[in-house]
Ligand binder design. Structure first.
Ligand SMILES: [Zn+2]
Length: 344
């Protein structure tokens, strides 16, 4: 009986060792330790043994069963671990694969230019103000000395939302709003950049949407020479110290006198070329001394206060500065165009 048990044990252990899979191990378990297995059979047949032999055989049978069970458990763990390792190996992420590139955008060329202009004027003590793009007729026209029947309205035909609400045609209403807010209580020194709208037919030099930067300085004793000084400083810093400026008389309803400012042509150094239409000068902005009526409407006493205002078009400046031949490039969002001006 003892030899039979020992032989069973050896046989079982050998089979466990040879098992290739968890299924094989399970087969061995069922075969040797199952209810119909040989060991159970031995234990069942104990009754036929002599009484003194029963505990000895019983003990041995239990030991054999335990050692087979242990071997099965160990083998199971080994096989499970191997299976896990195999799974980890096949499911490994290959970190050497190149990633999908992230599309990184950048500020629009006009935004970059406007920020550059802002920096220059902040350096001269101006504050940056913003206002709504949907504006009232009052702030867009009336407060700027352009009553309903004024011919200047023809030059600024707009998109009306109601009789009294429109897409602003310039950023000047922000000046009127700021002066109205201060009510003559303190000086105003501000620039207002932003998008403006006009009912224009789009072509190479016209767009129904474009940008403006306007400036306003109202204080006691502000003179025409201050306007010239500020604009000269701006032109030299922005376009280069070698550029000359000149002021020509002009007309705007909200300034008196009014001027237009030209800078000397960079391409021909003032000698005349196709860029400057043979004049040697390129028009950059308009401005003038704030009309007394505009000051009065905003609560500033024109006998005490005076001021200057100016306005420029970043679109036009960008076209000149970067040689862009069509204003529509700024608004059609062709990335081949826009990407050329991304800052590194
Ligand atoms: Zn020129």
């Amino acid at each position: 009986m003892k030899e039979k048990l020992t032989a069973l044990q050896n046989e079982a252990l050998e089979q466990v060792e040879q098992a290739q899979s968890l299924a094989d191990v399970e087969k061995v378990r069922v075969a040797y330790l199952g209810k119909k297995g040989p060991i159970t059979e031995v234990l069942r047949g104990m009754g036929k043994l002599a009484p003194e032999e029963r505990p000895v055989v019983g003990e041995l049978a239990n030991k054999v069963r335990e050692s087979i069970a242990d071997a099965i458990e160990t083998e199971k763990r080994i096989l499970e671990e191997a299976a896990l390792n195999e799974q980890l190996k096949t499911e490994t992420i290959d970190v050497t694969l190149p990633g999908r590139p992230v599309q990184v955008g950048g500020p629009h060329l006009l935004t970059q230019l406007i920020e550059e202009i802002e920096d220059l004027f902040i350096g001269m003590g101006f504050e940056v103000r913003e206002g709504p793009e949907v504006e009232t007729d009052y702030y867009n026209f009336e407060a700027l000395n352009i009553p309903k029947d004024h011919p200047a309205r023809d030059m600024q035909d707009s998109f009306y939302i109601t009789e009294e609400l429109l897409m602003r045609t310039h950023t000047s209403p922000v000046q009127a709003r700021t002066m109205g807010e201060y009510q003559g209580s303190k000086p105003v020194k501000m620039i207002c950049p932003g998008k403006v709208y006009r009912r224009d037919s789009d072509d190479a030099t016209h767009s129904h949407q474009f940008t403006q930067v306007e400036g306003l300085y109202v204080d006691k004793n502000v003179r025409m020479s201050d306007l010239k000084g500020v604009l000269n400083q701006f032109a030299k810093q922005f376009f280069g110290p070698e550029r000359e400026i000149r002021l020509r008389p002009s007309f705007f309803p909200f300034t008196e006198p009014s001027v237009e400012m030209d800078i000397s042509c960079k391409v021909c150094q003032g000698n005349g070329c196709s860029v400057c239409k043979q004049t040697g000068w390129i028009e950059i902005l308009g401005g003038g001394m704030v009309h007394p009526k505009v000051l009065e409407m905003a609560g500033y006493d024109p006998e005490v206060y005076s001021g200057f205002a100016f306005g420029m078009g970043p679109d036009r400046i960008a076209m000149l500065k970067y040689g862009v031949d069509d204003i529509r490039h700024f608004y059609t969002n062709d990335r081949r165009f826009l990407e050329q001006y991304h800052e590194a």
